[in-house]
Design a protein around this ligand. Sequence first.
Ligand SMILES: Nc1ncnc2c1ncn2[C@@H]1O[C@H](COP(=O)(O)OP(=O)(O)O)[C@@H](O)[C@H]1O
Ligand SMILES: Cc1cn([C@H]2C[C@H](O)[C@@H](COP(=O)(O)O)O2)c(=O)[nH]c1=O
Length: 216
Amino acid sequence: MEALRSTRGGEVHVIVGPMFAGKTTALLRRVQSESDNGRNVAIIKSDKDSRYGLDSIVTHDGAKLPCWALPDLSSFRQKIGKDAYNKIDVIGIDEAQFFEDLYDFCCNAADYDGKTVIVAGLDGDYLRRRFGSVLDIIPLADSVTKLTARCEICGKRALFTLRKTTETKTELIGGADVYMPVCRQHYVNGQVAIEAARTVLESKKVERDICVEAAP
Ligand SMILES: Nc1ncnc2c1ncn2[C@@H]1O[C@H](COP(=O)(O)OP(=O)(O)O)[C@@H](O)[C@H]1O
Ligand SMILES: Cc1cn([C@H]2C[C@H](O)[C@@H](COP(=O)(O)O)O2)c(=O)[nH]c1=O
């Protein structure tokens, strides 16, 4: 019977780009405009990012809307309750790269539950590798928008996010303190500089370890 549930005009719209490209701003605008048109809306963000608190989604400019901060998307229906879920027309998802169950959620919400799902997230991490499941939902999408920022070094179009520290784990929550948007040329130059810094730091650590071991 589940399989016979018919589609009620569900849609999936995807907004990607580097940090500071205006993804959250675009998501908030689209959700707000749906709400202004009388549709019931809800926004979900990952609970991994608690920088601005967990009850609202906030842009780098400080614009905000209330949201649900969740560890995964599958908990959404249970969290808000079945009746409330059924009444929702539009679901906005921010920081989509942090949700492992993004594909299944979008599929079910759009195909079977008739929801309009608007997804914003990073397509690539600081190494320009695919980030989470964001690229996996492109085949599900009605529309895909790739936004760009301004390169912090030269002001040209920024496609990439440069991590300014030598930290290597993929997931590292942060803002302008840790990341900056850059153009292709400054991404390459920046990576070379950061790799060099990492090599120096690692060799210093090895030297320190040898000194400690050699100490009487
Ligand atoms: N280097 C930059 N390039 C573009 N926007 C920047 C930059 N640094 C800060 N910003 C601000 O960030 C805003 C975008 O914020 P936001 O929508 O939260 O972006 P995202 O969700 O893509 O990280 C821009 O409108 C701008 O005011
Ligand atoms: C590039 C990159 C980013 N992150 C984190 C940093 C921020 O907390 C979010 C992105 O936020 P935004 O709304 O797009 O500005 O993701 C990360 O964990 N790893 C990375 O490589």
